[in-house]
Design a protein around this ligand. Structure first.
Ligand SMILES: NC(=O)C1=CN([C@@H]2O[C@H](COP(=O)(O)OP(=O)(O)OC[C@H]3O[C@@H](n4cnc5c(N)ncnc54)[C@H](O)[C@@H]3O)[C@@H](O)[C@H]2O)C=CC1
Ligand SMILES: CC(C)CC(=O)C(=O)O
Ligand SMILES: [Mg+2]
Length: 368
């Protein structure tokens, strides 16, 4: 299979973890006889430094013509006091919107060897397997106006959603639930927000189309609490942009580290951008200690969702699991008697496990 993949490493640890994902994809291409072409483009703070914009036109064009996009992370203190249009995050929001990637799929399923790596008790997190379906191109992150007023003494951000934008993501949530355990939790703040009341109405309408899916409505504050007290009560969570952003970082605690979580940002035709859930981690950038597994697992999601390469995707997930079984981990994972290594070394171990298939040849599909 021939595929053109655009790499957007971005800022901070973005470049370090992108190198890992690329190496894993090259190994998969060699093993399965695929031809992946990689082209790197600028986004975020590094694009501001070189091109004076967080999202150069050339990057947009390349992504538009690609089969899939891999993104590291953007942002950092260097650009934190820039005006809104010259912030790295504007580049990320811009590429999501421009490509129409409205569905952010964030699987939260812990690897067995990491059950004891979470600060939560093992009996609480065991058997948890959650799919967060987050709206990605609307809501507070995009609404206009968003500005200071009254000489800087007042401020407005706008939460705007069209009904159609809510309908398509809620549909995605129902579709995901219907091929999993058939339980959908819709998260909103309908006791306060008009947007959430419209969201809830749509969920109620849509549930007629999915009679085999049970639906539960949760207010976001209670959902935040239940996520870490009864995580195995969840199957699919569908929610709007801001709530999904916050809840997915919280949910990462179940897996031992934010550095473990992958994501897929999709539209309906299969085109996607694949990005770990975490940010650019400026506190550890350049130290060679970042956990690349969320990025590597995002590359696996790319193979599965955009290229239909289920076996290859599962092979990466198996190699990651094996590496953790062998006790290897980066510093963000707290594992007693583990073998703590840096970004490059853990990538090498994943690569070794890809080629040796020492323990099992079985396909472990983490996310369906
Ligand atoms: N998708 C993206 O590009 C995102 C970008 N950001 C940006 O990233 C910058 C930093 O934001 P933070 O709030 O610090 O969030 P962050 O996700 O970058 O980091 C939070 C904490 O988790 C740790 N961490 C995150 N990923 C890790 C990994 N792979 N390995 C080991 N440790 C990891 C960091 O060291 C830090 O202590 C900001 O500029 C923010 O806007 C934040 C979230 C998403
Ligand atoms: C950096 C933001 C624009 C987004 C974010 O935190 C995320 O998508 O997880
Ligand atoms: Mg986030």
């Amino acid at each position: 299979m021939d595929k053109q993949i655009i790499l957007l490493p971005g800022d901070g640890i973005g470049k370090e973890i992108m190198d890992s994902a690329k190496a894993v994809l090259q190994a998969i291409a060699a093993e399965y006889n695929h031809h992946f072409t990689f082209n790197e483009h600028a986004i975020g703070g590094s694009a501001i430094d070189t091109y004076n914009t967080p999202l150069p036109e050339d990057t947009i064009q390349a992504c538009n013509n690609a089969d899939a996009v891999l993104l590291g992370a953007v942002g950092g203190p260097k650009w934190d006091s820039n005006p809104a249009h010259l912030r790295p995050e504007k580049g990320l929001l811009g590429i999501r919107k421009t490509l129409g990637l409205f569905a952010n799929i964030r699987p939260v399923k812990g690897f067995a060897p990491l059950l004891h790596a979470s600060p939560l008790k093992e009996e609480i997190i065991k058997d948890s397997d959650i799919l967060i379906v987050r709206e990605l191109t609307g809501g507070l992150y995009f609404g206009e106006p968003s500005e200071r007023r009254e000489n800087g003494n007042a401020v407005v951000d706008t939460l705007y959603y069209k009904r159609t934008e809510m309908e398509r993501i809620i549909d995605k949530g129902f579709q995901s639930a219907s091929i999993r355990k058939k339980h959908l939790t819709s998260v909103d703040k309908a006791n306060v927000l008009e947007s959430s009341r419209m969201w809830r109405e749509i969920v109620e309408e849509k549930k007629q189309d999915y009679p085999d899916v049970t639906v539960e409505h949760l207010l976001v504050d209670a959902a935040a609490m239940k996520l870490i007290t009864q995580p195995n009560q969840f199957d699919v969570i569908v929610t709007e942009n801001l709530f999904g952003d916050i809840l997915s970082d919280e949910a990462s605690v179940l897996t031992g580290s934010l550095g473990m979580l992958p994501s897929a940002s999709l539209r309906t035709d299969g085109v996607g951008m694949y990005e770990p859930v975490h940010g650019s981690a400026p506190d550890i950038a350049g130290k060679g200690i970042a956990n690349p597994l969320g990025m590597i697992l995002s590359a696996a999601l790319m193979l599965r969702f955009s290229f239909g390469l289920e076996e290859e995707a599962s092979e990466i997930e198996r190699a990651v699991n094996e590496c953790l079984e062998q006790g290897y981990h980066t510093a963000d994972l707290h594992i007693k008697n583990g073998k703590q290594v840096g970004t490059k070394k853990i990538t090498e171990i994943v690569l070794e496990n890809l080629t040796t298939k020492s323990i099992s040849d079985s396909i472990c599909n983490m996310y369906v």
